[in-house]
Design a protein around this ligand. Structure first.
Ligand code: NAI
Ligand code: MG
Length: 349
């Protein structure tokens, strides 16, 4: 098991330390960890947020554990040197088109959700967001109209292959869960969505055991807050998925709890918490490492097929939360390393 460890900026370093301790506590065989710089740390040392040697390591490792990038002192850099471009570069270079973001209620935390406890307690969903298309990668620019007004534009486009490959990932994910798939689009207005819906319907024919439904994105945003328990797998495009997944995280309780996997056609994946580098709390030892540890669990499952170990790690994090070992993001006072200690102790018990 060869893992590229890219801790990055801000709290990335602190939470990565705890994730590696938790992996170590699992007592895995043949674990090889190679560290490399990414983000602001890399820019300061090498003049680039995604140095060649980091990309090379990411391409040759079996999986990538990624902390976060983001450094407010470097915000003035031009677009291609911005430290956030490192994560986009990795996704693009490694063709990681499927972003899996599970959101599940944790026992004992229902009162901390922005939703009513009984509504929040029912959350157990997986958002599958397409990562390499949509308005983020279509033709874009700024121009002057004939009337002399400034205009910005971003073209939304998906071709059928891009839709079908993510749809297959979503149907297979649903088969491993409660066999319900809700595809979210805006087919009442957008031609991109009309094609999206048609292709998802075509792919559905290969998965007769999965119950497929379609929902407009505005309704989906409403339903996520009204009754999130109705969702199993939610399949959607890049921009809708970006927004809906942040919304789903707050329904669970804290952004410090949500992990993600970015996958392509091989088993090589990139695993990272959904939050950023949290410069406001960096260096204080108070970040919640749960999302990072849960990202390591997703790595064990998706890149190495180690379902038992992944489940053990997830259960340890859930038990620690249930015991009330909470960081400041959840109204507690446990430090980053105290939460890590508790997870390691749980794994040893
Ligand atoms: P953020 O997710 O870093 O922080 C948002 C808020 O949540 C902050 O108040 C932070 O203290 C808190 N928070 C985040 N993670 C936490 C944790 N594990 N434990 C406790 N509290 C936590 O988002 P923000 O502030 O918008 O962005 C900060 C930097 O991170 C920016 O430079 C941004 O571009 C970058 N970023 C990087 C991402 C990545 O590496 N994939 C994703 C999102 C943002
Ligand atoms: Mg986002």
């Amino acid at each position: 098991m060869h893992i590229a460890v890219l801790a990055g900026d801000g709290i990335g370093q602190e939470i990565m330390t705890e994730a590696l301790r938790a992996l170590d506590a699992l007592g895995l065989d043949d674990l090889r960890l190679d560290h490399a710089d990414v983000g602001g740390v890399a820019y300061r040392k090498h003049g680039r947020p995604l140095p060649e040697e980091t990309l090379e390591l990411a391409k040759t490792a079996d999986a990538i554990l990624f902390g976060a990038v983001g450094d407010p002192e470097l915000d003035g850099l031009r677009r291609e040197l911005r430290v956030e471009s490192a994560v986009l570069g990795l996704r693009k270079e490694l063709q990681l088109f499927a972003n899996l973001r599970p959101a599940k209620a944790f026992a004992g935390l229902e009162d901390l959700s922005a939703l009513k406890p009984e509504v929040a307690g029912a959350i157990d969903l997986l958002i599958l967001r397409e990562l390499t298309g949509d308005v983020y990668f279509g033709e874009k620019g700024q121009r002057t109209t004939e009337a002399g007004r400034r205009e910005g534009y971003d073209v939304m486009a998906y071709d059928e292959d891009e839709v079908s490959r993510i749809a297959h990932v979503a149907f297979r994910a649903a088969q491993g869960r409660r066999k319900k798939l809700c595809s979210v689009d805006k087919a009442n207005v957008l031609q991109t969505s009309v094609l999206w819906r048609k292709v998802v319907e075509e792919v559905a024919a290969e998965y007769p055991d999965v119950e497929l439904s379609h929902m407009y994105v505005d309704n989906a945003a409403m339903q996520l807050v009204r009754n999130p328990g109705q969702f199993d797998v939610v399949l959607t495009g890049n921009i809708f998925g970006d927004i809906l997944s942040d919304q789903a995280s707050m329904c669970v309780g804290s952004i410090g709890l949500l992990a993600s996997a970015s996958l392509g056609t091989s088993t090589r994946g990139l695993y990272e918490p959904i939050h950023g580098s949290a410069p406001d709390i960096a260096g204080q030892g108070i970040a919640n490492p749960s999302a990072m540890i849960l990202s390591a669990a997703m790595m064990l499952r998706h890149s190495f097929g180690m379902e038992t170990e992944a489940t053990r790690l997830e259960a340890a994090v859930a038990q620690v939360l249930e015991q009330g070992v909470l960081g400041q993001d959840l109204g507690g006072s446990a430090s980053t390393s105290e939460i890590g200690d508790a997870v390691v102790a749980q794994l040893a018990s």
